[in-house]
Design a binder for this molecule. Sequence first.
Ligand code: PLP
Length: 501
Amino acid sequence: MNITKEYLSANPNPDAGALAYVASLESVHSVAPEIADKIVQELADQRTNLKLIASENYCSLPTQLAMGNLLTDKYSEGFPYHRFYAGCDNVDAVESRAAQIACEIFGADYAYVQPHSGADANLIAYWAILNQRIEVPGLEEIGESNPSNLSREDWDRLRERLGNQRLLGLDYYSGGHLTHGYRHNVSAQMFDSYTYTVDRETGLLDYDAIEAQAEEIKPLILLAGYSAYPRKIDFKRMRRIADKVGAVLMVDMAHFAGLVAGGVFSGDFDPVAHAHVVTTTTHKTLRGPRGGMILCTEEFAEAVNKGCPMVIGGPLPHIMAAKAVAFTEAAKPEFREYAARIVDNCQTLAADCQAEGMTIATGGTDNHLFLIDVRGFGLTGRQAESVLRECGITLNRNSLPFDPNGAWYTSGLRVGTAAVTTLGMGKGEMKEIASIIGTVLGNTRPATVTKGKNAGKSSKARYEISEEVAAAAKQRVRDLLSRFPVYPELDLNFMQEHFQD
Ligand code: PLP
């Protein structure tokens, strides 16, 4: 406790979270100094690089600290008050509380807070829909409720039916997620999977085209939701399409759950009001711990509850505790203001980037993200991502719809404002960020390939920027971040002095 005591004597009235961080780092350092070093180094990196990754955020210290405790020691397979292990009373209380607040903030009938991640939540949701709509009726036809009692022949017939169902989701290149039926993900192997795209001209969802496709394909699941679509979705319309073709409407709101919780997406644009099943991550705009969750109507509650053991093993009680803390924060009126500011900042930043001469896909945004088409700078997304990171801005390259540069090099950048909004930035800072991005991209050129069969051609990966321009951009980012430090409660200098070599 020597280091913590030293911290306390220098800070007699410390922030509880800041003090807990020092104490926990001292504890970690005593066993694995190299890990304590990396935790501190990550804070240093976050303090010097501006985070515009649309899928990331900064969760609160109470949320972080709820994750680091003895709840991790407990096995609790099953669901609250129905466990396969003894001694789960406290986990029952934690999990029920997290689910209860989730139902309150989203207006959901039922919440399942066990999924370890968004991908897990989607897998559980797929299996729950298959279970409820295919397996249970199939068992009823056979006159047996327990699949373990089926003959080998009946089981094989049922498995064949389960394996031949159709999924219709947003194409990866139009902003859908890998778990929405992409062939390199298990979702396309579980389902006979089809995708809809955005309109080639407008870049927007075309509901008439989706309806026509759904009528032709007759999917079991119509899936809406995205990782890189900058506009809101009319979920009422999507539900009408699903009902018309007898599909289950599933929405993956992983990216925009915070905007739903914060009331930005309401009415026709509120997925929970219209979908049968809604999945999400808890760590993006919702600003919680890394994890997943499912919200559903009563019809699917029993099937969703079978997520453990159908898909996942033991739940993570410490993460469910952190979810309860984060949801409590999201239930506060301040969170509504926060959600509205994320979108304000995003629209401002997109407009400022346009004013800097950048092309923005669909001409703007309704949510927390937008896409910059970097072809106008003569760059690939890969080059743009790398040069911006060199200059202190962290974001990711992203395919544009029908991208000629493919999924690796890409022609786009995805920009998100949830994290900078958490830091407290507003209009003036958005203008400065757009100006830095414009200056960096405008002064970057593709490098020339010097060796091999492409010698003499422009590289798609490497780039050139003058040291002066890069250094000036980096300095501007640092100036900005010094006014909006990441986790301002934490004393980085003290941590570096005591926990890094
Ligand atoms: N669904 C969507 C729409 C996502 O964007 C993501 C992650 O970015 C996921 C699911 C997967 O979430 P996780 O990384 O927690 O598995």
